[in-house]
Every structure is written in structure tokens, then in C-alpha cells.
Design a binder for this molecule. Sequence first.
Ligand SMILES: Nc1ncnc2c1ncn2[C@@H]1O[C@H](COP(=O)(O)OP(=O)(O)OP(=O)(O)O)[C@@H](O)[C@H]1O
Ligand SMILES: [Mg+2]
Length: 235
Amino acid sequence: MTATLRVSNLSKTYGSGDHAVHAVRNVTFESDAGSFITVVGPSGSGKTTLLAMVGALLQPTEGVIELDGRDVSRLSGRQQAQFRREGVGYVFQSNNLIPYLTARENLLLMRTISGKNGREGRERAEQLLDELGLTSRADAVATELSGGERQRVAIARALMNDPRVVLVDEPTASLDSERGKQVVESLVREVKGRNKLGIMVTHDMAMAEMTDRILEMRDGEMTERNRPSIPDASA
Ligand SMILES: Nc1ncnc2c1ncn2[C@@H]1O[C@H](COP(=O)(O)OP(=O)(O)OP(=O)(O)O)[C@@H](O)[C@H]1O
Ligand SMILES: [Mg+2]
């Protein structure tokens, strides 16, 4: 089944009256499964707020977020919890691993949470550890990992449950450019190969260029960013 994301007239206002912050203003865009979008824009422009709403972590003030025709912002509490657990993989700006568990245990915990234990989960964990270059660090406790290693564990963890939507906020911030490129390549492969919807926030244009489409946030408003045109070979 193909996932389609349709975001219509989405707004988020924090606070009210004189203290109101219009973090996201009337944002509309669509995306198909297998498509990987980058969101760029200055600090405070609403990128994380947008991602949180798409992942059903934050209630929009106005607007609709439809995934496969279902309005995810208006699910019941229980449906919303299930969607967050099974439908979405998140990588936050701060990666929030469980500090007392090893890299591998942080991944396996996801399977436990969604009630799918067993061999399939263990194989998936090993595959992701390998893909993200973490096999040799799999038994290290999270506090013993470098910032970049932790970030890669967080990405692997987000992919564990095979979510429909993958949301990643600054996944390459603590990685050098070669490692960053590999991580984004893994994400692109995952999104394309498994027909997911991917949305990544980054400040790094080299990473953005590896995705299908670049959307730009500015003061809460979104515009499509046109790439420098590639000369048309057929012309
Ligand atoms: N919980 C909150 N309460 C009030 N204001 C908030 C809250 N979260 C974010 N904001 C404000 O909303 C605006 C958008 O914040 P957001 O975190 O979405 O920006 P961002 O584009 O992700 O920035 P950065 O690149 O620094 O991560 C900012 O002005 C921010 O201060
Ligand atoms: Mg942010």
C-alpha cells in the first residue's frame, strides 16, 4: 500500500494574546510514498514544530494532516498512541537514547514496546547496526558512545518498527561530512526501498541535495525551493 501525506492549511500557535508565537502558518504540501523531503530554514522558523505535528506529537491549532486518507491530528487518544508507536519513526534533535542500555538494547527495546519480540526483531537490529556502521559498538552502553554514534543508534532505532513515516530532525548535526553522507544515504535507501515517507530537517545543503525535494520554512511559512536547474540533455 502506498502512503500519501497531505498537509492542508496547517498552523500552530504557541501561547495566546500578546505572547502568541505563530510557529507554523498555513502550511500546505503533499508527498507520496517513496519520497524523501528536506525541510530547511533558519532557527526558529517552525521546522521542528511542523515535524512534531506530522508525527502526531503535537496538536495543530488549525489544519489537517492526512496520511493514507486518515486525519492523524484527529485520532482518538488510543489510535494516536498506536500511530506514534507503529506508524512513525522519529529522530529528535536531541537523540534521547536510554543511557543504561547498550546500542543493541536500545534497538531491541522498540520491538518490545510494539509487542513484537523474537528473531525477526533481532535480525532487523543486526541489519540496522551493520547499515549504520555500528556493529563494533553494539555492546557499548549509550553513555560510552560518541555523539555521532548515539545519533546513528537513534536513527537505527527509529527504523526498527518499519514505520510508514520517518521524521528526522538534524540527523547529521554531530557527524562529520563523510559519516553524515552515509547516514543520509541509509535513510534514502530505507525510504525508497521500503516505500516510506521521509521528512528530514537539516541545515546542510549537501545533505538536502541528496533528497527528492527541498521545502523552505521562513517565519512559519513554507515555500518550495527550486534547485539550480540541471541542463536538460534532450534540449
Ligand atoms: N513549546 C513552545 N512554546 C512556545 N514557543 C515555542 C515552543 N516550541 C517552539 N516555540 C517557538 O516556536 C518557533 C518555532 O520553533 P521550532 O522549534 O519549530 O523552530 P525550528 O525551525 O525547529 O528551529 P531550530 O532550527 O533552532 O531547531 C520559535 O519561535 C520557538 O521559540
Ligand atoms: Mg528544530
